[in-house]
Write a protein that binds this ligand. Sequence first.
Ligand code: SAM
Length: 300
Amino acid sequence: MLLSVSDAYLLYGMKMKRWLRKILACVLPYEELAHVYNSYDIVGDIAVVRLNEISRKYCKNISEAIMQVHRNVKTVLGQTAPVCGEFRLRKIEHLAGENRTSTIHKESGCLFSVDLEKCYFSPRLFYERLRIAKQVKNGETVVNMFAGVGCFSIIIATHSNAQKIYSIDLNPTAVKYMQENVRLNRVYGKVIPMEGDAKEIIQKRLQQTADRVLMPLPEKALEYMPYALLALKTSGGWIHCYNFEHACKDEDAVGKAKIKVAEKLESLGANFEIPFGRVIRTTGPNWYQIVLDILVKHRP
Ligand SMILES: C[S@@+](CC[C@H](N)C(=O)[O-])C[C@H]1O[C@@H](n2cnc3c(N)ncnc32)[C@H](O)[C@@H]1O
């Protein structure tokens, strides 16, 4: 017998876990449950659920379950495909609650205004953003090549004594939200939003300015490496490079990413070390998002 969503919720008591299959175990037929994506994101007061054909049939139950567990959620959106395109956008549709795609998200003491349909945003990077911010030393100049709505940049501005964080993005809407977020977090003059292609902006305006460069766009990590080097001061500095890597069970995903990036840096004539790398998250079967912290001792 299928129970109602509220009965199911009562059965699970007060444990507010972000695991859909657990929440839905008493609501959906067992054979269908395995096909529902297991987790979802909460961004501000919006929940985003990944949808496939099976979970689409139960989107009403799924939305109800989420809204009962998270009383602050006012809107549930369904993500119908992975992020795609130059601007890394999600394809989304409205499932329940207020019909909107914009919200304000709180992270590490900062506020981020974001439109989930028109800009990239992932709450899953919160630990990584703070990890980078904690490494920034007094008076540093940072170049964020792929800044989105400004999350890394604003968290760095708030949690460090960086002098300036030049924050580039190609998506005009993301830059508009970044400007709004600079205002919301009162980091005028510290975070400098810049609209355009990171390659061009670095060549024209940011050569040899940075102590630290962020490259949070795995798809362009290798192609844009020459421009990351160009942005660094001649004395060198740090590059935080994000990658996707495939690795089977007995393979080391971080090691594979290091080899690939090291080959690229060697081909560009850089003198460097890669003292740290880690898996940020699993992005698919045997696929991982990796960050490498690269110390460039001398630029080519
Ligand atoms: C994965 S998102 C990173 C967002 C941000 N770092 C964050 O933590 O939310 C990558 C961003 O790079 C931007 N982008 C893509 N190609 C670019 C380019 N050539 N130059 C500058 N930005 C670019 C996209 O518009 C997108 O906002």
